[in-house]
Design a protein around this ligand. Structure first.
Ligand code: AMP
Length: 194
């Protein structure tokens, strides 16, 4: 993959079910950067029964957002690790404007800048179908229809404003998330190389 070394601090945005996790896995492998998913870290904390996990579980199961304070703390800890020094892909963080401001501050402390905010766009109804299918396969507690709709509502209210936040700084790259995994992956590669 050529040209991408310039864009190795990436933030991935998109509604639940847009395929962020799948695309993030491919992209981080190709770019050799860590995949930092606050959702994965929170699920691991729930599984391990840590204090953070115990606080987060009910909130996650209901489709709401875990508090900014908790999430900002785990994101900063992870971003400060050595393997994230040269690059990283953030998946699922930031999700609120307060988190985006906190991310700015932590990147400032680390003396690095975000290269790109990659937004995967999809139709809400199409992703509900996708998520219900994933619920069957993975058995995630937050993948029933009611919770899925709540997560969409939360995305529209809390996270969608970040598109404008990063758009205003000329960091936003939007990619159509409709199609096969490979088709979307190809669009992402093209947009990062462009
Ligand atoms: P995800 O796997 O990214 O969809 O995250 C699963 C759940 O973890 C979300 O529905 C939230 O409850 C919680 N979560 C993950 N990342 C964040 C975040 N940045 N801010 C608040 N809650 C989060």
């Amino acid at each position: 993959m050529s040209g991408v070394s310039m864009k190795s601090r990436i933030l991935l945005l998109g509604p639940p079910g847009a395929g962020k996790g799948t695309q993030a896995a491919t992209l981080t492998e190709a770019l050799d950067i860590p995949h930092i998913s606050t959702g994965d870290m929170l699920r691991a904390a729930v599984k391990a029964g840590t204090p953070v996990g115990r606080k987060a579980k009910a909130v996650m199961d209901s489709g709401e957002l875990v508090s900014d304070e908790i999430v900002i703390g785990i994101a900063e800890e992870r971003l400060s690790e050595d393997d994230a020094r040269e690059g990283f892909l953030l998946d699922g963080f930031p999700r609120t404007l307060a988190q985006a401001d906190a991310l700015d501050a932590m990147l400032g402390r680390l003396d690095v800048e975000l290269d790109c905010c990659l937004a995967i766009t999809v139709d809400n109804e199409a992703v509900v179908g996708r998520l219900l299918k994933r619920a069957e396969i993975e058995g995630r507690a937050d993948d029933n229809e009611e919770t899925i709709r709540e997560r969409m509502r939360v995305y529209d209210a809390e996270t969608a404003p970040l598109l404008e936040f990063y758009g205003n700084r000329d960091r936003l790259v939007e990619v159509d998330g409709l199609g096969t995994i490979n088709e979307v992956g190809e669009r992402i590669r093209k947009s990062l190389n462009g």
